[in-house]
Design a binder for this molecule. Structure first.
Ligand code: ADP
Ligand code: MG
Length: 240
């Protein structure tokens, strides 16, 4: 039986008395590619940020690899979050951008260099290590943003719409890259998007959200062929 990688139990979030996440229960198997999909404002980012520890959980529990991480700092959870590429440090080289988080965690310099080299080989950015973000294309910058997560060797990768500020063509090629990365690394990945095509092509398991609640969890095929309700049918079936 596949091992459990992440479990959400009764997770809720309120902002100033207004509840926006209404009790989410979810089990994620080790190595799964899980996509949270749903319309803008349904709570995808809030949920991901709670998993990452960037947002406090109002009620409920988050466990990663069987360990309750609900009240732990982001750096102690065994997760790494991939931000949109504009979150890179413009004044640092690619090498420094990749190694910065490890340096802050006081990782030994030789170990940092080894992990930076390994990550840049996987992402095919080894030849760009001395450049600054401003000297890179959009796709290259997004690879660096992913590399910053890889070097931390997380149990779980979290992506919040990493491709949404790329043009359509680049989005397709990066999507293929991310799928390849998942095959090669084998880590659990949690990926947020409002883009149905991205969800359908990347996911092992799709979690369809609406108004802070789960409408359906299933394989792309299940949610497409056997939608739980008219909302899922309309959302998954509709063009972007
Ligand atoms: P999504 O990522 O699916 O577009 P969000 O998670 O960003 O949705 O937002 C979910 C809901 O929570 C929305 O109604 C949004 O207005 C609200 N929200 C998000 N962040 C905050 C905040 N910091 N303060 C108050 N309300 C927030
Ligand atoms: Mg969002």
């Amino acid at each position: 039986m596949a091992k459990n990688s992440m479990r959400l139990t009764g997770v809720r979030k309120s902002y100033g008395g207004l509840e926006v996440i209404h009790g989410i229960d979810l089990d994620v198997q080790e190595g799964a590619f899980v996509v949270f999909v749903g319309p803008s404002g349904c709570g995808k980012s809030t949920l991901l940020r709670m998993i990452a520890g960037l947002e406090e959980v109002t009620d409920g529990e988050i466990a990663i690899k069987g360990r309750d991480v609900t009240d732990l700092d982001p750096s102690d959870r065994g997760i790494a979050m991939v931000f949109q590429s504009y979150a890179l440090y413009p004044h640092m080289s690619v090498r420094e951008n990749l190694g910065f988080g490890l340096k802050m965690a006081r990782t030994d310099a030789g170990e940092i260099e080894a992990r930076v080299r390994a990550a840049s080989a996987i992402l095919k950015i080894d030849h760009l290590l001395d450049r600054r973000p401003g000297q890179l294309s959009g796709g290259q910058r997004q690879r660096v943003a992913i590399g910053r997560a890889i070097v931390r060797k997380p149990d779980v990768f979290l992506f919040d719409e990493p491709l949404s500020n790329l043009d359509a063509e680049l989005r397709v090629s990066m999507r293929i890259e991310i799928a390849r990365l998942h095959r090669e690394l084998g880590n659990t990945m949690i990926y947020v998007t409002h883009d149905q095509t991205e969800a359908m092509t990347l996911a092992d398991k799709i979690v369809v959200l609406r108004d802070g609640k789960i409408e359906q969890v299933g394989s792309p095929r299940e949610v497409y062929e056997d939608p739980a309700n008219i909302f899922v049918a309309g959302f998954i079936g509709s063009p972007r």
